[in-house]
Design a protein around this ligand. Structure first.
Ligand code: HEC
Length: 126
């Protein structure tokens, strides 16, 4: 019975950075990385993400509904600045993963910055 589980890794705990990382990498990093959208806040690594926490910034730890990063993924597709932009939709499970991470305090790993990289289909830019 255990052997049949050997190919699947346990899901990272809800609210952890490990759980939210692949959601950002799949849905956001194609654009909000180190190179594209250079004039905008970057999600390229955990040091950059740390700078986005606080009043008036993208992430209000503990308050998803007051966090821009959560507001844009829950906004109706027709809303200007709904994220990701047209051509791709983030799943409700992924939205919930972002919510849980912010709710739990938007924890980031300590120590050297962790670099995020996009994966999956590149999302059409608008
Ligand atoms: C296809 C490229 C693309 C992807 C993918 C993308 N964004 Fe964006 N994002 C943009 C652009 C372009 C803007 C600037 C929009 C503007 O101001 O006209 C933007 C703006 C934003 C803003 C600021 C908007 C505001 O009104 O405050 C936030 C927050 C944001 N994105 C978060 C995200 C998150 C979170 C994801 C992943 C779920 C994501 N984006 C995925 C292109 C992208």
């Amino acid at each position: 019975m255990l052997a049949s589980c050997s190919l699947t890794r346990p899901a990272p705990p809800s609210g952890s950075f490990a759980s939210v990382r692949p959601v950002l990498e799949k849905n956001c990093l194609h654009c909000h990385g180190a190179t594209k959208l250079a004039h905008m806040p970057s999600l390229a690594d955990t040091a950059e993400i740390a700078k986005l926490k606080g009043p008036g910034k993208w992430i209000m730890p503990g308050q998803p509904e007051n966090s821009r990063i959560y507001q844009v993924v829950t906004a109706a597709d027709t809303t200007p600045n709904a994220m990701p932009p047209t051509g791709h939709a983030i799943s409700s499970a992924e939205v919930e993963t972002i919510r849980a991470w912010i709710k739990a305090g938007a924890e980031l790993p300590t120590g050297a910055p962790v670099v995020l990289a996009p994966f999956g289909e590149a999302i059409r830019s608008r």
